[in-house]
Design a protein around this ligand. Structure first.
Ligand SMILES: [Zn+2]
Length: 301
C-alpha cells in the first residue's frame, strides 16, 4: 500500500462519485438477484434470462416490442380539464402531473398508437404505471374511447396493455366516471364486431380491473403479473381467512378461469398475431354477404 492506493484513489473515487462500474451497464433481477448485462436484458424484453422473471416495462417499450419493426404512429389523445377539483394532499395534483410528465415523457397514463403486427393492422393502447401508478382519470378514460373509435374507423382489432393501481383518486368522482366510460369504449368495438384483446401486466388492480380490463374478448396475462381488485391484506381482513398462495397472480387466475392464457413477453407478438388472424371478422360481417366457401369446406361437403 502506498499513499497512491490509500489516499489518492479514494479521493478520485469520491470525485468521480464512488462507482467503478457504471450502474446502467448492469441490472439486478429483483426475483433471483442475479446480475444481468443491460444489453442482454434489453434484447430479452426485460425478462430475466436466469429465472424468466418479467420486470416492469414502460408503455413506450411495449409499443416498440409489439409493432412490426418497432414502427407505429401515435395519436394525440383528447384534452381534458386539468385538476377539476383543485386537489391537494401532500402535494398539489397539478405538481404531481407535471412531475409525472417530466419523468415519463407522456401526457398522461395511456398512449395509443396504430400500425401493423405481422402485417395485421392494429390499434394498441398501453398504460404507464410510472405515471401516478397508471391511475385512470379523465385523460385515460377519454384516451380509451379515442382508441376504440380509431379501431372502429380502421376496422382493426384493439389491443390494450393494462398496468394500473386503479382510479385516479385526485380526480374523485370524475375518476370513477371513467369506469363506465371505458366500458362504453369496449362496447364500441363489440358493436363493430372487432376483437378486443387485453394484455394484463404487472400490476393491474382497482377500478381498471373492475371495468374494461375484464371485458376483452380474450384475456392474456404476463407470467407472475399481479391482477386483482382490492389488495390481498384488505381482503384477508374483510373475510377473516388466510388467502391461498399465489392469490391474485396470473397463474392462479388462469387456473380459475379469469385469465384465458399466460403468454411470455418474448412470445407476445406472435400470440397477438395468431389471435388476430383467428379472430378476423368473416367477410359476411363487413360486406353483409355470405362468405364464399373455403376449398376445405367444399371437400368436406
Ligand atoms: Zn431472475
Amino acid at each position: 500500500m502506498s499513499w497512491l492506493t490509500e489516499y489518492v484513489r479514494p479521493r478520485i473515487r469520491t470525485l468521480l462519485g464512488q462507482r467503478e462500474v457504471p450502474e446502467n451497464l448492469w441490472s439486478q433481477c429483483p426475483a433471483c438477484q442475479q446480475m444481468i448485462f443491460a444489453k442482454e436484458l434489453e434484447k430479452n424484453l426485460k425478462v430475466c434470462p436466469h429465472c424468466a422473471h418479467h420486470m416492469r416495462a414502460t408503455a413506450i417499450e411495449r409499443l416498440g416490442w409489439t409493432f412490426d419493426d418497432g414502427a407505429y404512429t401515435r395519436i394525440e389523445l383528447p384534452k381534458v380539464p386539468v385538476d377539476p377539483l383543485a386537489f391537494r394532499d401532500s402535494k398539489r395534483y397539478v405538481d404531481r402531473l407535471r412531475e409525472a410528465r417530466t419523468k415519463t415523457g407522456m401526457e398522461d397514463a395511456l398512449i395509443v398508437a396504430h400500425g401493423t403486427i405481422d402485417g395485421h393492422r392494429a390499434v394498441v393502447g398501453a398504460m404507464e404505471f410510472d405515471f401516478i401508478g397508471g391511475s385512470m382519470g379523465a385523460a385515460v378514460g377519454e384516451g380509451l374511447v379515442a382508441a376504440a373509435r380509431l379501431a372502429v374507423l380502421q376496422e382493426a382489432p384493439l389491443i390494450l396493455y393494462t398496468a394500473s393501481a386503479g382510479a385516479r383518486m385526485q380526480e374523485g368522482a370524475v375518476s370513477l366516471m371513467q369506469m363506465p366510460r371505458s366500458v362504453i369504449a369496449t362496447m364500441l368495438l363489440k358493436e363493430a364486431r372487432l376483437p378486443l384483446l387485453i394484455v394484463l401486466t404487472d400490476p393491474t388492480t382497482g377500478g381498471v380491473t373492475a371495468s374494461f380490463a375484464m371485458l376483452g374478448d380474450i384475456h392474456i396475462a404476463e407470467p407472475g403479473a399481479l391482477i386483482g381488485f382490492a389488495g390481498a391484506r384488505v381482503i384477508e381482513q374483510t373475510v377473516r381467512e388466510t388467502l391461498p398462495e399465489g392469490f391474485q397472480r396470473a397463474e392462479y387466475l388462469h387456473e380459475h378461469g379469469i385469465v384465458d392464457m399466460i403468454v411470455a413477453r418474448t412470445d407476445m407478438r406472435d400470440m397477438l398475431s395468431r389471435l388476430m388472424a383467428l379472430l378476423r371478422p368473416p367477410a359476411e360481417a363487413i360486406t353483409g354477404e355470405p362468405a364464399p366457401a373455403e376449398p376445405e369446406d367444399a371437400a368436406a361437403a
